[in-house]
Every structure is written in C-alpha cells, then in structure tokens.
Design a binder for this molecule. Structure first.
Ligand code: ADP
Ligand code: MG
Length: 253
C-alpha cells in the first residue's frame, strides 16, 4: 500500500480552545476515507489543515510524500512561503458544502480558470480537458450556463469538475451534499462513487452513512478532536467498538 496522506499527531486550537487534539490518519493511495462525527468535532478543521487553509499548531501532514506547508532541512521544520503553499494546494482538490463557484463565470470558465492561471495550460488544452470533465460529471451541454441557472446538485458537480481540472493527487470533500435538497443528493454521490471507482484518493467528510458504507474503504469517527476509531465500514458502522461511536450512529440514523 502506498500512503497518499499521512497525518501525525495533529493539534490545532482556536483562541486557546483545542479543536484537534492529536489526530493520526493514514490514507492509502486510491482509497476512500469517510470522516464522520458530531458537529464541532473538528472535521472541517482537519480537512482545512490537509490543505493548509489552517496552520497546525503541532504535528505533520504529508500529501504524496510532501510535507504540507513546511519543508525539513537538517532535521528542522521551516514554514513555506505563501507561493509554495499555493503550489502544494494545487495538488489537493477541495469541494465545500457551499459550492463556491464564481457566479459571474460560466461553467466552462469556472473549470478552466485555475488550469490556465495556475498550471499554465493553454486555453485550448484547458478547454478540451474541461469539456471532458464537465461531461464526466454529467453536464455536457451546460458549458455556457451560469451557476445561478443550475440546481444545487449541478453546481456541486461543476465544483467537482473544477477541482479535478487541477489534476489533484487527492480530493477532499467537506459535507458536499449537506446544502442540497434531498432529491439532489444522489446525483452528487453518484459522481463521487464514479471517481472512487476510477481510483481517485478521496477524504470525504459526510453525514451520508449509506454512502460511507458503500463507498468507503475506511471510516474514521472523529469526536472532540480525536480519532475515536477507524476501520472498514462494516466494523465502524455496523459493529463499532466504542460507546461514543454507537451513540453518534444512533443519532444520525
Ligand atoms: P466540524 O466540521 O466537525 O463541525 P469544525 O472543524 O468546523 O467542526 O469546528 C470545530 C470547532 O472549532 C468548533 O467549535 C468551531 O466553532 C471551532 N472553529 C472552527 N474554525 C474556527 C475558527 N476559524 N476560529 C475559531 N473557532 C473555530
Ligand atoms: Mg464542518
């Protein structure tokens, strides 16, 4: 097994309140890890640290063997400059609950913007790959639509295509279906399943226990800033070893 994401002893506080209290996590390349846990348990903070949108107080994160936000020199850690962090972020795709599309740009423009601006692709090359990605998320023919003309489920699928356009090594999803009307959840999960089947390494924060059961290789239960348990879905979801996991599952089912 090749490790795609390695988190070691991650700590993060906000204003003296510990939010992550020593998280360890290992994600195999090509695997799907679903992170579940109560509201406020630190799930978003964990994902944001993986992307260096938050700076950990302590601990290390490696994505594809590269230390996120830091470099090591003669055994010491040095913080990377913002430009270097931005370059690292390009290899980590992130999809948020609230889509975060550019409202004044079309679907196609949303998807090609970063590949042209950050990866330096030619417009022609970026558009060709963007059209393929837009088709892949089931939106062929909607390239020239604006986000407001799309349903939430369609917007989230554009957000996924946009993240994929950066050819990320890892995709992070933070409750990607939580803002959607129930009838639109399935189409987004379907795209995510398809990605997983295609071998994408994914870390998915979700309350969709059914998705976690069917798509996850590993389920991680986070509570109060700590990994309480992790393992295959049939263990963590169907035969949890900890009372806190059982209580949480009883509440979300
Ligand atoms: P979850 O995603 O599991 O609901 P979060 O990681 O969003 O949890 O938040 C965990 C805790 O950290 C919450 O109590 C939240 O209020 C707090 N928190 C998160 N981000 C910040 C921030 N930027 N500043 C202050 N507190 C924060
Ligand atoms: Mg959250």
């Amino acid at each position: 097994m090749t490790v795609a994401v390695q988190v070691t002893d991650l700590h993060k506080s906000f204003g003296g309140t510990p939010v992550l209290r020593g998280v360890d996590l290992s994600v195999a390349r090509g695997s799907v890890t679903c992170v579940i846990g109560p509201s406020g348990s630190g799930k978003s903070t964990l994902l944001r640290c993986l992307n260096h949108l938050e700076k950990p107080d302590r601990g290390e994160i490696e994505v594809d063997g590269v230390l996120v936000g830091y470099r090591r020199h003669r055994g010491k850690l040095y913080e990377l400059k913002e430009r270097a962090v931005a370059a690292q972020r390009a290899s980590i795709g992130m999809v948020f609950q609230g889509f975060h599309l550019f409202g004044h740009l079309t679907v196609l423009q949303n998807v090609v913007e970063a590949p042209i601006g950050v990866l330096g692709l030619s417009r022609a090359a970026a558009e060709e790959s963007a059209r393929a990605l837009i088709a892949r998320v089931g939106l062929a023919g909607r390239e020239d639509a604006y986000p407001r003309q799309l349903s939430g489920g369609q917007q989230q699928r554009v957000a996924i295509a946009r993240a994929l356009a950066m050819r990320p090594a890892v995709m992070l999803f933070d409750e990607p279906t939580s803002a959607l009307d129930p009838e639109l959840v399935g189409e987004v999960l379907e795209v995510m399943r398809d990605l997983a089947a295609d071998g994408m390494t994914m870390v998915v924060v979700t309350h969709e226990i059914g998705f976690a059961r069917s798509a996850a290789d590993t389920v991680v239960f986070l509570d109060d800033g700590l990994v309480v348990e992790s393992g295959p879905p049939e263990e963590v979801l169907d035969n949890p070893g900890h009372a806190r996991t059982r209580e949480f599952l009883a509440r979300v089912r």
